[in-house]
Design a protein around this ligand. Structure first.
Ligand SMILES: [Zn+2]
Length: 278
């Protein structure tokens, strides 16, 4: 580059104003200059690209390839561990859902699929059981894991579980036990860990949320903690329940109900699984 500029600036300008070579050299002068020396060896070898000299450039490329290879291994590993978590906690009956089975709720599945690239809080509800809410929540979880695989390296770094799948019953029980000081520390700390995992994980599924009443203050407290943090961090969450969000007013403790409902209504896409209209 310097040789070109020297060559250009040495050429004779015409008498009338700037020659085209002057203009060209002015343009070149105004361009940001390349690095003075190689960022790796700081030596005199000819500059090559990306801040490296021609000797160091191939090595830097090798380093990048090596890092990509390591990242893709972590990625594969994290995806597999997310699947393994689901396999441990979701029953085989749900995992082996046959989407062509006559009782599978294909019309709701089609509706959910249309929306699942959008906001990442979903609320599936139906009064009737056997509407495939849990099955479709599982299919969504699989889709989500595949979609967010690129972030799997971050899952590792944050130290949070990629996926937590909790039954509403178990969640309520954990909220209740967390404050039962008489039970001994191990049960208490187990309950505490479970709620922390639900708060922080990258994808949370709360299945059959209000099967057990959540009106006690300790359960409502726990649920509020989870909603508040996940709302702030915009972490993906799927709920299945027997009624729409506003119905929670009757199920939750008054202390938190309005705050919880407002955040759920703001973030969730609601699907009525009793409504079969496509
Ligand atoms: Zn170098």
């Amino acid at each position: 580059m310097n040789t070109i500029i020297e060559h250009l600036t040495k050429s004779e300008p015409t008498k009338r104003g700037m020659s085209s070579l002057d203009k060209l050299s002015a343009i070149i002068d105004s361009m940001p200059s390349g690095p003075e020396a190689c960022i790796s060896c700081n030596g005199d070898n000819p500059w090559y690209g990306d801040g490296y000299c021609e000797t160091c450039y191939p090595k830097s490329q090798q380093g990048i390839a090596e890092k990509n290879r390591r990242d893709s291994e972590i990625w594969k590993d994290s995806i597999e561990s997310a699947h393994a978590i689901l396999a441990r906690i979701v029953s085989p009956e749900i995992r082996e859902t046959d989407r062509n089975h006559p009782e599978f709720n294909a019309s709701c599945y089609a509706r959910v699929k249309q929306a699942w690239e959008g906001p990442e809080w979903m609320w599936f509800h139906s009064k009737l059981s056997g509407r495939s809410k849990t099955r479709i929540a599982y299919l969504y979880a699989l889709h989500w894991i595949a979609q967010h695989g690129q972030q799997a390296i971050r899952w590792r770094e944050t130290g949070c579980e990629p996926v937590v799948w909790l039954d509403g019953d178990r969640f309520s029980e954990a909220c209740r036990l967390r404050h039962q000081f008489s039970l001994g520390q191990s049960i208490q700390s187990h309950a505490h860990d479970l709620i922390e995992a639900a708060k922080n994980c990258h994808l949370l599924v709360l299945d059959d949320l209000t099967k057990r009443k959540m009106a006690t203050e300790s359960v409502s407290d726990g649920f509020w903690e989870v909603i508040k943090l996940r709302h702030e961090w915009k972490r993906a969450t799927i709920f299945t329940d027997n009624g729409p969000i506003e119905g929670l007013a009757e199920v939750l403790h008054d202390k938190h109900a309005p705050y919880i409902i407002r955040r759920l209504a703001e973030r969730c896409i609601e699907f009525d699984f009793d409504n079969q209209a496509a």
